[in-house]
Design a protein around this ligand. Structure first.
Ligand code: SAH
Ligand code: SF4
Length: 427
């Protein structure tokens, strides 16, 4: 797909200056992330620490106790309102303290290995995070989807996945590791850098990009990985993303999608308080056991009971049920009727996702008329059931196509996929 129409690519960075030249004409404002030296691997990141953890870190550096709350407030503002990634820019913090902080901590962004922009405006970034412990660096994909009146960032929670949903490309990759709260948040920070969602460094103190003017208005935990198998880190990150004195994303604009890790569903509502999406995909246990194998552990009845008990569930706060349309597998009108019966009594939205093919996948996307008939039936039963338009297919950014570079697709596979998409397969 290299050189294909509609997207531009920043090549893997071998030389910082070179990569800068190639990157700077991609987006405005110019990337601050690309101008920075790479993150030192031996320093812990301040990003992703709770206020308490940050206060403890400051105390350990010798900051007097009476100052820690104020310092935490200042740091929080610089990191999450102003989006700075260099201690030197924090001008209301003394030079001495900045130097101490810099000696012990980092606030640098991960390296952007690749940025692709689709014909439809979707962007995909491949970010490289430094090794942890004896591990290797890991590559993580994050996708931005601009739509009329809103922009959604699709964030990854793990590198790879322990689950093996048979229609999902990430599911073919073993779990490499969980992402830390900092790494989950940094995906949002990098995207805001690249999209100009932070004020420029030289704007007056306190200036912020107002919420209604932002490019990223929503986030979905629908990238690589199963967020509820990385509960604590995802929780920490989402609480920071929704903190009103920082990134300030409303919890109603944050959606966590799970394949159905039943024991953590209640906690998601209780402890994080974000919107819930369930990857349902089948209405009978025998089929769901195959498509979403975690169903063998937590079958449909348990899953739906957990949904009914989701905290603050109401017509204003519905659960989204995702349903991937697989030709001849789960797309009959009988399935649609069974779906309506199954969800009876649960305030729900149904999101029909045309299957996004990837080379080697065993499924085909349902025919368009079939998807529409299915949607019609579900709509008539009173459920909103938008058909999710595939976005960013030309850069493999569509749902379920993310896979880390450590298991990058072979070139022949990419060509095969491109041919499939040109032939209209799956449309
Ligand atoms: N692990 C979580 C979140 C990541 S997947 C989960 O499974 O919910 C995000 C959504 O993309 C899920 O609904 C998933 O089932 C769907 N998906 C995966 N592969 C897909 C594909 N090839 N085509 C369309 N949707 C897919
Ligand atoms: Fe993992 Fe979700 Fe893909 Fe299933 S659909 S393999 S849970 S990422």
């Amino acid at each position: 797909m290299k050189g294909g129409p509609g997207f531009r690519r920043v090549p893997a960075k071998t030389d910082l200056k070179n990569a800068m030249a190639l990157t700077l004409d991609l987006t405005k404002p110019e990337s601050r992330a690309q101008l920075r030296p790479q993150m030192a691997v031996d320093k812990k990141s301040l990003i992703g620490l709770s206020r308490d953890a940050m206060a403890q870190a400051l105390a350990a550096l010798g900051v007097p106790e009476r100052q820690t709350r104020m310092r935490v407030r200042q740091l929080w503002h610089w990191l999450y309102v102003r989006g700075v990634s260099d201690f030197a820019q924090m001008f209301n913090i003394s030079k001495e303290l900045r130097a101490t902080l810099d000696a012990h901590f980092t606030i640098a962004r991960p390296e952007i290995v690749e940025e692709q922009i689709s014909q439809d405006g979707t962007r995909k970034w491949l970010m490289r995070f430094p090794p942890r412990g004896a591990g290797r660096p890991v590559d993580v994909e994050t996708v931005y989807i601009p739509e009329e009146g809103r922009g959604t960032l699709c964030i990854s929670s793990q590198v790879g996945c322990t689950l093996t949903c048979t229609f999902c490309h990430t599911g073919t990759q073993k779990l490499v590791r969980n992402l830390t709260p900092g790494e989950i948040l940094e995906q949002l920070l990098v995207a805001r850098d690249r999209l100009g969602d932070f004020p420029d460094a030289d704007t007056p103190d306190g200036a912020i990009v107002p919420a209604e003017g932002r490019k990223i208005t929503n986030i979905v935990m629908m990238g690589m990985g199963e967020p509820l198998y990385n509960f604590d880190n995802v929780k920490e990150a989402l609480l920071i993303a929704s903190d009103g004195d920082g990134l300030s994303l409303s919890k109603r604009r944050i959606t966590l999608s799970t394949s159905g890790v039943v024991p953590e569903i209640y906690r998601t509502g209780e402890e994080i308080g974000v919107m819930l999406a369930i990857s349902l995909h089948a209405v009978r246990d025998e089929l769901r056991d195959v498509l979403v194998p975690i169903n063998k552990k937590y079958p449909l009845k348990e899953l739906l009971d957990a949904c009914r008990a989701y905290p603050s569930l109401s017509n204003a706060r519905r659960i989204t049920f995702e349903y991937v349309m697989l030709k001849g597998v789960n797309d009959s009108l009988d399935d649609a009727r069974a779906l309506v019966r199954l969800l009876r009594g649960i305030p729900a939205k149904i999101n029909l996702i045309p299957f996004n093919p990837w080379p080697g996948s065993d499924y085909e996307c349902s025919d368009w008329e079939q998807i529409e008939e299915f949607a019609d039936l579900v709509n008539k039963a009173g459920y909103a059931s938008p058909i999710r338009t595939p976005r960013g297919r030309d850069i493999l950014a569509a749902c379920g196509q993310l896979k880390s570079a450590s298991e990058r697709m072979k070139k022949t596979d990419r060509l095969k996929l491109e041919a499939m998409m040109i032939a209209g397969h799956g449309e």
